[in-house]
Design a protein. Structure first.
Ligand SMILES: Cc1cc2nc3c(=O)[nH]c(=O)nc-3n(C[C@H](O)[C@H](O)[C@H](O)COP(=O)(O)OP(=O)(O)OC[C@H]3O[C@@H](n4cnc5c(N)ncnc54)[C@H](O)[C@@H]3O)c2cc1C
Ligand SMILES: NC(=O)c1ccc[n+]([C@@H]2O[C@H](COP(=O)([O-])OP(=O)(O)OC[C@H]3O[C@@H](n4cnc5c(N)ncnc54)[C@H](O)[C@@H]3O)[C@@H](O)[C@H]2O)c1
Length: 471
């Protein structure tokens, strides 16, 4: 039997659930298909449990500063990692319950179907034995962790999909890939007392394009746990564990944590059956504004689109795809000034234009270290570097990269300023308080203003003119 609906939404993550919210305002003939556990990537394995783990690891780490504050007995403090992981799971379950309570818990069997969807052709979808014929489709299938095929489902190999389910954490871990996941999770595991070594085949960590900030970040994190970058790591089995080699270095570990990227989860959909051209990632051409495939009422939203995964992007694209699926007048997704925040300690943040896209002749770059920043010194977290970029001609802020304390907040301030087209002079007219981390940004802006207003040094022959005339 075929079920006819107005809209089929595939994937119950933030993108899919936000799409449903828009669609159900217009029609009751919709169906949400979800394969795997409900509760969203963000709440189950992503943003939220990772931040719980980071928070408790950072809290335990504070013991190392307590003696300086006159607090004794810190050498007796110990972490029960099993209890810590239970706390992560408890909060994770709370976040999942909050998502479910407001969304899928209220849906009946007619609207919510459990299973992986696959296209039969461009008009029909199959889920198990059920065939669905929708007038419009929203693909919101998210992304999945990349694991080299030879290590898939191997004992001792972890990803974020499995980490938070571990009753017992390993004593030593090689973190392969030092992007946002590798750095956040690697540092948290290290701070929970696990022997962590980080590996990346590239020279950059956390995708920082600015070479000075990247160097500063590597120096800071390197002091906590070894980071081996710039060589392709090779992994082999040994005595129930693994040996990982990188250049001249070799490390024996109990477990491997892969964080080498997450790719759009499209394979089970069989998009090749749509009869549209696909790129080498198996993705059809999608209008980045309407999120629609050309000539088909099929929309793609969230991590399924590819690129840098971001919860706010997934939610907004879901809302737009949902609206567009049920309205003639199409809304457009407009990407804003980019912002990426890594919740390591210190934070890493990149906003606006990235280093490699800047024109060196037109860009002024101010640099501010967090070392002498009063508030950072008070917090005992004064490691870091911020670089802020401005356009020499218009004086506008262009972007920034930073590693430092509470950069999550500085990134927001800067990103809002960039998004509103603010100049350096105007940003300096804004109020600042004391003593706050924002004073680091104020100092960077003052340096930028000096660069922008500095008179260009006059060529030697021009400097001669007054003297010649007065002679
Ligand atoms: C460890 C980690 C930390 C993160 N931290 C942050 C952060 O701090 N800040 C931030 O902004 N972002 C963060 N992200 C990214 C953020 O979580 C994602 O961008 C967001 O959750 C993606 O939502 P989505 O709706 O696109 O996909 P998902 O939430 O993954 O939903 C997709 C759903 O579709 C289902 N599905 C897949 N294929 C099919 C199919 N064929 N048929 C039916 N169902 C299917 C999946 O099982 C899943 O339930 C993090 C991600 C991870 C992994
Ligand atoms: N705070 C946040 O916003 C946050 C946190 C976690 C994840 N995320 C998102 O989740 C997505 C996935 O994150 P990720 O860190 O897994 O992916 P990523 O693609 O951002 O980083 C992967 C890293 O692995 C390295 N790498 C790839 N193959 C390798 C190999 N064979 N050997 C060694 N190193 C290798 C790459 O050089 C890169 O540094 C990203 O889009 C990210 O933005 C966001």
């Amino acid at each position: 039997m075929t079920t006819n609906v107005d809209v089929a939404i595939i994937g119950a993550g933030h993108a899919g659930l936000n799409a449903v919210k828009e669609v159900r305002k217009v029609t009751d003939r919709w169906i949400l298909i979800n394969g795997g556990p409900l509760g969203t990537t963000c709440a189950r394995i992503g943003c939220m449990p990772s931040k719980v783990a980071i928070h408790l690891a950072d809290t335990y780490q504070i013991r190392q500063r307590l003696e300086r504050y006159g607090v004794g007995g810190t050498e007796h403090l110990q972490i029960d990692r099993q209890a810590a992981m239970e706390h992560v799971r408890d909060l994770r379950d709370t976040f999942v319950d909050l998502v479910l309570a407001n969304t899928t818990d209220e849906m009946d069997e007619e609207h919510l179907v459990d299973g992986y969807a696959a296209f039969i052709d461009s008009d029909r979808i199959k889920v198990g034995d059920q065939i669905i014929a929708p007038k419009a489709v929203i693909i919101a299938t998210g992304a999945r962790s990349v694991v080299p095929p030879e290590w898939e489902a191997a004992d001792g190999v972890l990803t974020v999909d499995t980490l938070f389910e571990q009753e017992r954490l390993p004593e030593s871990v090689a973190v392969i890939g030092l992007g946002p996941i590798g750095l956040e999770i690697g540092q948290a595991l290290h701070r929970l007392g696990i022997d962590v070594t980080g590996f990346d085949h590239g020279e950059r960590i956390a995708r920082i394009a600015d070479p000075a900030v990247n160097r500063a970040a590597i120096d800071i994190f390197q002091r906590e746990f070894p980071l081996l970058v710039g060589h392709e790591p090779s992994i082999s089995r040994r005595d129930g564990g693994f040996v990982v080699r990188s250049g001249d270095n070799q490390v024996d570990v109990e477990a491997i944590f892969f964080a080498i990227g997450r790719h759009a989860h499209l394979k089970p959909l069989h998009l090749e059956r749509l009869g549209v051209p696909l790129n080498d990632q198996g993705m059809p051409l999608v209008d980045p504004g309407t999120l629609k495939l050309s000539k088909r009422p099929i929309y793609v939203a969230g991590d399924a689109v590819g690129g840098i995964a971001n919860l706010q992007r997934a939610a907004e694209q879901g809302r737009i795809a949902g609206w567009n699926a049920v309205h003639r007048r199409q809304r457009r997704y407009r990407s804003r000034a980019p912002m990426a925040i890594i919740f390591s300690e210190p934070n890493i943040a990149v906003v606006g234009r990235q280093w490699h896209t800047l024109d060196p002749d037109r860009t002024a770059v101010a640099q501010q270290r967090f070392g002498p920043v009063g508030r950072a010194l008070i917090m005992g977290q004064n490691r870091g570097l911020m670089r802020v970029y401005a356009d020499r001609r218009s004086g506008r802020l262009l972007g920034a990269a930073m590693v430092g304390p509470r950069c999550e907040h500085l990134a927001h301030l800067l990103c809002w300023a960039i998004e509103s087209g603010m100049t350096v002079d105007r940003a300096l007219e804004m109020p600042f308080y004391h003593p706050v981390i924002e004073e680091a940004l104020q100092d960077a802006l003052i340096e930028l203003r000096e660069m922008l207003h500095a008179k260009p040094s006059r060529p030697a022959w021009r400097r001669l003119i007054p003297r010649l005339s007065s002679a």
